[in-house]
Ligand binder design. Structure first.
Ligand SMILES: Nc1nc2c(ncn2[C@@H]2O[C@H](COP(=O)(O)OP(=O)(O)OP(=O)(O)O)[C@@H](O)[C@H]2O)c(=O)[nH]1
Ligand SMILES: [Mg+2]
Length: 394
């Protein structure tokens, strides 16, 4: 699972990335601060199941605070994209390639209205422009990849009677496109089954739909803490009612996470408050209280950073979190309680889970046992979010 942060320059991609991962990356108010992509580990927050078993877990990856389990997920921060990026403008084409492996995009939009379309300082810029141009660039990026081979490719699949969806999925495998996604898109578009006869416009529609399907996008309305932030956020939310738009202040989240790391406060990512733990200087106090009043208490999901990550994975991608656990023994051989928690796509079965744990578990699967109820489940049992299952093998 890889989350890609995208957006024009200077919107706060690296700030969001640093807030989520606490990795050391460069942040600055001039465009193209980031050139080489940053990879790091952030966390998804779920209600841990340890409380139901009256215990405290010891995750081998991630952590658990007040029975909120933080499950690791890979995040990537890339160079800013400007209009024309798919044709090589700005830092251009090769930087789009950094995004190939992403499963989902978080589009960071600067709602302060103080950066123009290229990320340069501006006044009263309308950030709702950015939503459209970025989608267009991403769609054109897919289109260009497809167009390079289209005519020969379409003819070849027809002549050799290859399965079109399979052939497209193969062509796009580097972009993590699978056959099912291609089939879904074809079904929805209802174009003729002779792709060589498609117009360029049809190919663009096809590429766009495929992009949307294989790399869905959520909007983080960042810099909500600024003067024009709330107004511009509302505008975007109204204008793009089909998109999920979350108000966000990456800068505030970063300040809170850093203060928590330094032991100054206790702050659980995604919560609407924090507790002061050490004597603060008046400057620190002022800065943190301002965040409390203007961001945490004002917005339903606090700074929004945790909400954006969770929504991207659990709502947009519809993934679920599943724990390997047995009713009698919640620990591993080293005595760690509920050490693992895995993210799986919606619709995954008990057998998929077994294979995910180990090929041998999949091959020798007999049944799964629900650790809560001790009910036995067959291989076709469809997993639910926060399921705890033991796999019994031959
Ligand atoms: N007010 C406010 N400023 C922010 C917020 N997030 C980021 N910034 C500021 O926005 C500027 C750009 O931040 P970066 O994180 O470097 O932006 P970027 O999108 O990575 O930019 P490039 O790497 O150039 O594409 C910096 O001055 C940040 O401090 C926020 O939530 N609120
Ligand atoms: Mg950056």
């Amino acid at each position: 699972m890889l989350i890609g942060l995208v957006g024009k320059p200077s919107v706060g991609k690296s700030t969001f990335f640093k807030a989520a991962t606490l990795a050391e990356v460069e942040i600055a108010s001039y465009p193209f601060t980031t050139i080489k992509a940053n990879h790091g580990v952030g966390y998804l927050k779920i209600d841990c199941i340890d409380k139901e078993f009256n215990t405290q877990c010891n995750p081998s990856h991630g952590f658990c605070l007040n029975h909120k389990r933080f499950v690791p997920v890979e995040i990537m921060d890339v160079a800013g994209l400007v209009p024309g990026a798919s044709e090589g403008k700005g830092l251009g084409n090769q930087f789009l390639d950094d995004l190939r492996q992403a499963d989902v995009f978080i589009h960071i939009v600067d709602v302060s209205g103080t950066t123009d379309v290229e990320g340069k300082p501006a006044e009263n810029y309308d950030p709702s422009n950015d939503v459209k141009f970025l989608e267009d660039e991403l769609n054109k990026w897919y289109y260009n990849i497809l167009m390079k081979v289209w005519r020969t490719f379409a003819r070849k699949t027809e002549m050799e009677h290859l399965k079109f969806s399979e052939a497209v999925a193969n062509q796009f495998s580097g972009l993590k496109v699978n056959e099912e996604q291609v089939r879904d898109v074809l079904l929805k578009l209802g174009f003729s089954d002779k792709p060589s006869a498609w117009s360029d416009e049809q190919v663009l529609k096809f590429a766009s739909a495929l992009r949307k399907k294989s790399k869905p996008m959520i909007i983080a309305a960042n810099k909500i803490d600024t003067l024009k932030g709330p107004e511009n956020f509302n505008k975007i939310r109204e204008k793009f009612s089909d998109l999920i738009v979350v108000p966000c202040s990456a800068d505030s989240e970063l300040a809170l996470r850093q203060a928590a790391k330094a032991g100054l406060i206790e702050y659980i990512p995604g919560e609407k408050g924090f507790e002061v733990k050490k004597e603060l200087t008046s400057k620190q106090k002022e800065a943190l209280e301002k965040i409390r009043k203007n961001v945490l208490e004002k917005y339903e999901s606090g700074t929004g950073v945790q909400n954006v990550l969770n929504t991207a994975v659990f709502e947009l991608l519809k993934y679920i979190a599943v724990f390997p656990a047995s009713a009698n023994k919640l620990g591993d051989s080293k005595g760690n309680i509920l050490p693992d928690c895995f993210l799986l796509p919606e619709g995954s079965t008990a057998l998929d889970f077994a294979y995910h744990l180990h090929t041998d578990f999949g091959k020798n699967f007999i049944k799964a046992i629900d650790a809560r109820t001790k009910i036995a489940r067959g291989k076709d049992y469809v997993l639910k979010n926060r399921d705890a299952l033991e796999i019994i093998t031959r």
